[in-house]
Design a protein around this ligand. Structure first.
Ligand code: IMP
Length: 428
């Protein structure tokens, strides 16, 4: 059965670890959106790997790792990642497949990202400045450059020339030369060539042959371009619909959907965050959870678990199970709070609001639950958990409306409690 793993909060939920954990049950792992704004961290025997573009399944030998058409690819970032993996002894070359329809991030996209943020001033999004938004803008405006265009040097030259000229018009005093950009792309084309395929055909053939696929999401549902806290979102569909559009597979290909959530909430970049904790408790979560961006190093904003947001993600994605991460970060807290609803003035808000201004006005309705003293870090059996931690998990399941299939208790690959079999026979 094919399974989609996606973020059910604002990203950074720990998807990398969960993908790595479940990869041995699959033959292929396929990324469907985003770009190197993602930073999927995996620890294997204390060695730390940060995957940006390449699916986190790459750390398991023999698994084919697919980058779908919904992903935007910065070739330089891709090769840097491939080289780094190779230096760390991960054999990759015959295991990477890149969609011929994926769009490319060119150097001018990075400049335009910075420029657009500067122009927004106080209303900036807080992007990762990797050129993600401008590359997707070009895609939607039908002037983007795709991987398959690398095979047509004359067409590529025309596109690069037009796009660099358009960029020079946008950026004051800019005289970027299109020729070096083209030369660089042609060089990248040579290296990328062996990996380029029709991903829809590859995945369909794999399914026909009885192989199963793990679909890997990046960012999180609340950063989705359509369903997230717009405009403070990324520029792709991080929610379930992105699997079909970003890989060329039908909805029927998705067997189960696993939503990754932290035992609390974080957000990086700007935008409303109802349960944000600005004082000492926020700092406590940041320090014990090492909540600093894997890509940019920015400190993440931290807050309590927001069940309104997770219920919203559960509805949008049809979540079958939760993978609850970083439970151990809450070790030692006397009291833990869970946001079960929102209030705006005297009104109770039942659904996650579309309007960012309204969301910013929402006050969380909290319930308090006892914490636990005994450490949960590294525990691998559910019955070893302190009773209060088990109660906390049960309450999160209730208020989120989704059962927990997996609970992660530390950064290492095996620091995990497998609760439900999730159709994969993953239970102990
Ligand atoms: P962009 O994707 O670089 O355009 O950034 C848009 C918003 O999404 C910003 O608030 C970023 O901080 C956020 N964002 C993008 N990628 C990630 C991620 O992988 N984790 C968490 N936040 C992200």
């Amino acid at each position: 059965m094919n399974v989609a793993i996606l973020g059910a909060q604002w990203g950074d939920e720990g998807k990398g670890k969960i993908v790595d954990l479940l990869t041995p049950h699959f033959s292929l792992v396929a990324r469907y959106q985003g770009g190197h704004n993602a930073g999927h961290t995996v620890y294997v025997h204390r060695a730390k790997f940060i995957l940006r573009l390449i699916p986190a399944g790459i750390l398991h030998p023999g698994i084919t790792c697919v980058i779908g058409n919904g992903v935007v690819i910065d070739p330089q970032a891709l090769f840097a990642e491939v080289d780094e993996l190779a230096r760390n002894g991960v054999d990759i070359d015959d295991r990477i497949v890149i969609s011929d329809k994926a769009h490319l991030i060119l150097p001018y996209h990075r400049d335009l990202d910075l420029l657009s943020e500067a122009r927004r001033g106080e209303r900036k999004i807080g992007t990762t400045s990797r050129g993600i938004g401008p590359a997707y803008e070009d895609k939607i405006a039908r002037r983007g450059i795709r991987v398959c265009d690398l095979a047509d040097p004359a067409g590529l030259e025309q596109n690069v020339r037009d796009n660099v000229t358009a960029r020079n018009r946008l950026v004051q005093d800019s005289t970027m030369d299109w020729k070096p950009v083209l030369d660089q792309m042609l060089k990248h084309a040579e290296r990328m060539k062996p990996w380029i395929r029709d991903v829809s055909v590859l995945l369909t053939d794999a399914m026909r042959d009885g192989k199963s696929i793990l679909f890997e999401g990046a960012q999180g549902t609340l950063l989705d371009i359509d369903h997230g806290t717009y405009p403070y979102v990324t520029s792709s569909n991080a929610s379930i619909g992105g699997v079909c559009t970003g890989l060329g597979v039908p909805p029927k290909a998705i067997g189960r959907v696993l939503g990754v959530v932290k035992a609390y909430t974080t957000r990086v970049g700007e935008g409303p965050f109802p349960t944000e904790l600005s004082g000492a408790m926020g700092a406590r979560l940041r320090e014990s959870g090492s909540e600093y961006g894997a890509v940019t190093g920015r400190p993440r904003r931290c807050g309590w678990y927001d069940a309104v947001a997770v219920r919203y993600a559960a509805r949008l994605n049809g979540l079958d199970g939760l993978a609850l991460t970083k439970l151990d970060v809450l070790d030692g807290l006397e009291t833990i709070r869970i946001c079960t609803g929102y209030r705006a003035g005297s009104r109770t808000i039942a659904n996650f609001p579309a309007d960012t201004g309204q969301l910013a006005q929402c006050e969380p309705i909290y319930e308090s639950i006892s914490g636990w003293d005994a450490p949960t870090k590294g525990l691998r059996r559910f019955d070893q958990l302190p009773a209060a931690a088990r109660k906390y998990i049960a309450r999160l399941e209730e208020v989120s409306g989704v059962p927990a299939a997996i609970v992660s208790t530390g950064s290492e690959r095996d620091d995990v409690l497998r609760i439900a079999d999730f159709g994969l026979r993953i239970a102990d």
